[in-house]
Design a protein around this ligand. Structure first.
Ligand SMILES: [Cu+2]
Length: 320
């Protein structure tokens, strides 16, 4: 090989490296995500033994559907309030910077409303109905989560998890009509986790059939929303330590080695838990506020070799 051809091949190599670097650095193109929800005043089951409750919901379920976008995306949202409903409803995305009197205004039965916003902040956010009386609309089930994945993707600070789970806690008021009681914090009988008392806790509820699952040593990421009316949540993984807590789910706000993290009302945070890799273990993920734990806010996470390979992945992050 002569000098000329060597320098030519080096040039091509350099060009190739530059092109590769450009491809890697290319940010994910922002997209428009259409989200449609229907307000449904529907009967739902709020525990593992089948107790029915006259709920108000998005799409017939408590919580409403998981919305997931990437930082920079535009969310094109449509809320339909069917004419069969008795109440006005609305949508308040905590991930949106808009006008409370415009985008978040009430939609009467028989009407449909559309609005858009750009999800400019990465993290996890509550959404909820803000129609009057707001406490009642949230207590009766109109809330959910919007996850805004960071546009940078995963990094050393925000490692790719092996499993992801959504947990949303709320207060259960059996008297669905007594909105004063909801505001004044009287008569709440249960803590709902993803819409059910002791949803994933066969230890405290013989009717419970579900648990969260992972394999030993996996990084389990929990997107947690406090949808309570009046109570903060002392979020703690019994027999574990939060490896990382991302305040508001934003990787720029990372804490390390946290035992219990206080989650304010109407906020959301992201929690990473890593179990011992060399043997099976269990965690009980609780609201360590005992009055809430014993009313239903306990979730069992089983870290075992034969964990269901589909749980905590793809669409299976909010287990119903
Ligand atoms: Cu509502």
């Amino acid at each position: 090989m002569n000098i000329k051809s060597t320098s030519k091949s080096i040039k091509y190599e350099v060009l190739g490296l530059v092109m590769m670097a450009l491809l890697i650095a290319e940010p994910i193109a922002a997209k428009t995500v259409k989200v449609n929800m229907t307000a449904k005043e529907a009967t739902v089951v709020i525990d593992n033994k089948g107790t029915k409750y006259p709920a108000w919901t998005y799409d017939g379920k408590i919580p409403g559907p998981v919305v997931r976008v990437t930082e920079g995306d535009t969310v094109d949202f449509t809320l339909t309030n069917p004419k069969e409903n008795k109440e006005s409803h609305s949508m308040d995305f905590h991930a949106a910077v808009v006008d409370v009197l415009k985008e978040f205004s009430e939609v009467k039965p028989g009407e449909t409303k559309k609005f858009s916003f750009v999800a400019n902040h990465p993290g996890v956010f509550m959404y909820h109905c803000g129609a009057a009386t707001m406490a009642q609309h949230i207590a009766r089930g109109m809330y959910g989560i919007i996850i805004v994945d960071p546009k940078e993707g995963y990094s050393e600070a925000y490692p790719k998890p092996d499993r992801e789970y959504v947990l949303i806690q709320s207060q259960y008021f059996p008297n669905a009509k007594d909105k004063e009681a909801m505001i004044e914090d009287r008569g709440w009988a249960g803590s709902l986790i993803n819409g059910k008392i002791f949803h994933y806790d066969p230890v405290h509820d013989e009717n419970a059939s579900l648990t969260l699952q992972s394999k030993p040593g996996e990084r389990v990421r929990i997107f947690f929303v406090n949808a309570n009316i009046n109570h903060p949540v002392a979020f703690h993984p019994i027999a574990g330590i939060w490896d990382k807590v991302y305040i508001n789910g934003n990787p720029k706000n990372t804490l390390h080695g946290i035992q219990t993290y206080n989650v304010a009302v109407a906020t959301a945070d992201t929690f990473d838990l890593v179990s011992p890799a060399d043997h099976p273990t269990n965690n009980a993920i609780v609201d360590h506020t005992m009055g809430a734990a014993m009313r239903g806010a306990i979730t069992v996470l089983m870290n075992m070799p034969d964990a269901d390979p589909k749980m905590g992945k793809g669409e299976n992050i909010l287990i119903r």
